[in-house]
Design a protein around this ligand. Structure first.
Ligand code: CO
Length: 164
């Protein structure tokens, strides 16, 4: 059982802006462990702290299913510092079970953040990893993938049961 309960749409917490992490102390480290475990216990390739009810700027991304060898990326106070290109692809969200949607995103992003030891890092990502980073960073500003849909009829799709 994942240690933390995932907050589901339309819970208002998902629309709130998260606070920056001031210090990566023991409590934050333990929370990160629980957040990672919660993602591992789900089908998601990413999770953001507000999805478990903590309004803190922390995300975890692991796109190993699409990019073998990716591994787990924990980012604290992540910020997109550059982006380029356009890409449209399917996205789902642990907080919006049962649906996927075609969403337009930047193809490449540069993200600066702190890693789980509190060290500054810069990540350059493209393709699916870039999409996952944009999706999770959006959660920190109270934005869901649903908010990017321009045509509900065309772009919001019911997930097939085997994809859940
Ligand atoms: Co999500």
């Amino acid at each position: 059982m994942p240690p933390l309960k995932i907050v589901k749409y339309p819970n208002k917490t998902l629309q709130e802006r998260s606070e920056g992490v001031v210090e990566v102390d023991a409590e934050v480290s333990l929370f990160i462990d629980d957040l990672v475990e919660t993602m591992r216990g789900s089908t998601g390739v990413g999770i953001a702290a507000p999805q478990v009810g903590r309004l803190l700027r922390i995300i975890v991304v692991d796109v190993t299913p699409k990019n073998p060898g990716h591994g787990e990326l924990v980012l604290i106070n992540p910020k997109i510092t550059a982006q380029s290109g356009k890409r449209k692809g399917r996205e789902g969200c642990l907080s919006v079970p049962g649906f996927i949607a075609n969403i337009k995103r930047s193809r490449k992003v540069t993200v600066s953040a702190l890693d789980r030891d509190g060290e500054a890092v810069e990540i350059e990502a493209s393709g699916f990893e870039a999409v996952a980073l944009q999706h999770e960073i959006d959660h920190l500003d109270g934005i869901l993938f649903l908010d990017h849909i321009t045509d509900m009829k065309r772009d919001l799709l019911k997930r097939k049961p085997e994809e859940d």
